[in-house]
Design a protein around this ligand. Structure first.
Ligand SMILES: [Zn+2]
Length: 117
C-alpha cells in the first residue's frame, strides 16, 4: 500500500516572467511593472523598477567593475503583487480557463480574458 502524503513539487505561482504586475503591499505599493524573473522556490518575483536595493560594490579592475552604489531590483514576495489584466487594465486574481483542446490557461477573474498567449 502506498501513501500519498507528499504533494507534488509544482509551482503554485500564477505569475510568469514578462507579466505586467501591480505591487499591492510593501514599500513600493501602487507601482506596476514587468516581471523580470520568478523564483518559485522562494515564492518571490523581481519586478522592474520596483523594490530597488542599493548595493555597494567594491571596484574590481580585473572584472571591469567600478566601485560605488549599484541600484538593482530586489525580490518581492508573490503575495504582494497581482497580475494586471491587459484587457480591463486592473489588477486581478488569476483564474484558469480550459481550452477546448484541454489546455489550461490563466485568465482574468474580472473579465475572463485569457492572460496566456
Ligand atoms: Zn480583465
Amino acid at each position: 500500500m502506498t501513501l500519498h502524503h507528499e504533494r507534488p513539487l509544482r509551482s503554485t505561482i500564477s505569475i510568469r516572467k514578462g507579466d505586467q504586475v501591480r505591487i499591492i503591499a510593501g514599500r513600493d505599493a501602487g507601482k506596476s511593472g514587468r516581471v523580470l524573473s520568478v523564483n518559485a522556490k522562494k515564492n518571490t518575483v523581481v519586478v522592474e523598477h520596483a523594490q530597488i536595493i542599493k548595493r555597494h560594490t567594491r571596484p574590481n579592475p580585473g572584472k571591469n567593475i567600478k566601485g560605488g552604489i549599484v541600484e538593482k531590483e530586489g525580490a518581492i514576495n508573490v503575495s504582494n503583487v497581482m497580475v494586471v489584466c491587459p484587457s480591463c487594465n486592473k489588477h486581478t486574481r488569476v483564474g484558469h480557463n480550459l481550452l477546448p483542446d484541454g489546455t489550461k490557461v490563466r485568465a482574468c477573474r474580472r473579465c475572463g480574458t485569457t492572460l496566456d498567449k
